[in-house]
Ligand binder design. Structure first.
Ligand code: HQG
Length: 180
């Protein structure tokens, strides 16, 4: 992706997940915004976006962070929101194990409190340890935790999977965490 597209992509993440107000737009209850409205608002705020660049960002984004609606009139972020929207995801049975990448410095607190969702809507879990390590690295020295997702599911915890393959759940209590 070109540097300019990466910059626009980061800006889009911010606007579509956390700060639609930055460019004076509102997300609908399911997180969608009209594409033309988004482009217009971005331009008005000095971000030179056009339909072609947006299509390219959605298509080539390394983690498939964004999706168009079926009629391609609307766009939303696939996960990671802090604003109150409902992605309308259906509960899915998770695999036996999932993974969570975090930083070493968070471990003492995680050992005490479990995995908390913080500002986001869910705790984000990865399908494999390699992906989890990459996620953890964003915060410092990475550590990968195993999540006993089969047991959690059996005990009544609900899991969702975002359109780009990230596993989501409300909270992971300490008893379902393994450190090796
Ligand atoms: C940690 C990226 C202390 C948690 C990624 C994490 C993901 C605790 C940090 C998505 C804790 C929150 C989300 C506790 C959890 N005490 N720390 N009890 N419980 N934490 O960024 O999972 O590139 O909000 O381990 O790939 O790192 O943005 O969550 O380290 O899918 O598309 O608190 O963001 O995707 O950090 O990442 P974050 P995350 P994008």
């Amino acid at each position: 992706m070109r540097a300019e597209s990466i910059k626009s992509s980061k800006f889009l993440s911010k606007v579509l997940r956390h700060r639609p107000d930055l460019i004076g737009i509102q997300l609908d209850p399911n997180g969608w915004v009209n594409v033309e409205e988004l482009i217009h608002a971005c331009r008005k705020h000095g971000v030179p976006l056009d339909r072609e660049t947006l299509e390219q960002i959605v298509r080539t984004n390394d983690k498939q962070r964004f999706a168009f609606s079926e009629d391609r009139q609307k766009i939303r972020a696939n996960q990671g929101h802090s604003v109150a929207i409902d992605l309308n995801l259906d509960p899915v049975k998770p695999p036996d194990l999932l993974f969570h990448g975090t930083a070493l410095r968070f471990l003492p607190s995680i050992r005490k409190k479990g995995l908390l969702k913080g500002n986001r809507h869910h705790v984000h879990l990865s399908p494999d340890p390699v992906t989890a390590r990459r996620v953890g690295k964003r915060h410092g020295t990475p550590v990968v935790l195993q999540i006993l997702s089969r047991e959690m599911h059996r005990d009544g915890y609900t899991f969702f999977q975002s359109a780009n393959g990230v596993w989501l759940t409300e909270f992971v209590p300490v008893r379902y965490l393994r450190e090796n």
